[in-house]
Design a protein around this ligand. Structure first.
Ligand code: G
Ligand code: G
Ligand code: NA
Ligand code: MN
Length: 255
């Protein structure tokens, strides 16, 4: 309750904003895009991470407004980078379950993209399996279908950690799966994790899906992933999430 009330004022004062973490092509190290991750510059508690305020994303009262505030900043940032002649690739935002309670989520999201002059080939969304399972009166499928048809790519986040059902990959217009960092972390020591990662990569290949490995921190992990055919990676080895202001500098290093 308190965090909801505090977030209401945070939305007015601009304390909630995105950071961006690069997604790279494992083979070349080139930046292929970013994931936008929420941060809250709290007036007394400092910079908060999503784990400190995760409840607001799914709060039925405020989740929709939180999502709107973040996505408008994200779209404006991406439009600015393109204006600067930079090539940010595709930028993914996370959608929460509460946001799918909004009937017209697809059309307002597409309108926000168009408002800043962006096209959908610049944008992707990430949803977890929990979001797919929540269903929201079967709104999730049609909304994802509409976004996908418009050219937005759909990534399934934290793959393998939830009530994973392979049916989701058939039932929803998924373009990409993201291997949760809990599987990547111990890749070198835990043969079970190594086997799971290899199996997910094979599944991705068979179904024609992009696969991103999350939480890549070491060269050894990167080598294993590359050897098993993983295309994309995200993690501290390539870059921590940074403020939007830092992204042009990051991109210029790679141009
Ligand atoms: O930034 P960090 O790695 O701590 O993020 C932790 C989790 O919070 C991630 O799983 C991410 O998907 C989620 N998250 C980050 N930003 C957002 C957001 O804007 N909306 C939603 N729904 N989840 C987010
Ligand atoms: O929930 P999601 O998987 O989208 O969130 C990613 C979270 O993981 C963020 O909080 C981000 O800051 C964190 N993160 C990103 N890269 C790494 C990494 O290489 N190692 C660790 N330990 N955490 C990471
Ligand atoms: Na995510
Ligand atoms: Mn993730």
């Amino acid at each position: 309750v308190t965090v909801t009330r505090e977030m209401r004022s945070a939305l007015q004062t601009g304390e909630l904003f995105p950071h961006y973490q690069p997604k790279v092509d494992l083979a070349t190290g080139q930046i292929m895009g970013f994931e936008a991750l929420a941060r809250w510059q709290h007036p007394s508690r400092g910079l908060l991470m999503p784990s400190d305020f995760a409840t607001v994303f799914d709060d039925p009262e405020i989740g929709i407004e939180v999502g709107q505030t973040l996505r408008r900043q994200i779209f404006a940032d991406v439009a600015r980078w393109i204006e600067l002649d930079l090539h940010p690739g595709r930028v993914f935002l996370n959608l929460s379950s509460a946001q799918f309670a909004q009937n017209d989520l697809a059309s307002v999201l597409l309108a926000d993209i168009a408002f800043v002059g962006l096209t959908c080939d610049r944008i992707g969304i990430e949803v977890t399996e929990t979001v797919l399972l929540a269903g929201n009166g079967n709104r999730v499928g049609p909304i994802l279908d509409a976004l996908h048809a418009a050219g937005i790519r759909i990534a399934l986040d934290d793959f393998g950690t939830g009530y994973a059902s392979l049916t989701h990959l058939k039932q929803f217009p998924v373009d990409e799966i993201k291997i949760d960092r809990s599987f990547v972390q111990d890749l070198e020591r835990d043969p079970d994790d190594a086997a799971i990662v290899a199996a997910v990569l094979q599944l991705g290949q068979s179904l024609g899906l992009d696969v991103t490995a999350e939480g890549v921190e070491t060269e050894a992990q990167a080598r294993f992933l590359l050897m098993k055919g993983c295309g994309l990676a995200q993690g501290y080895l390539y870059g921590k999430p940074v403020r939007g202001e830092c992204v042009p500098h990051l991109l210029e290093r790679f141009e």
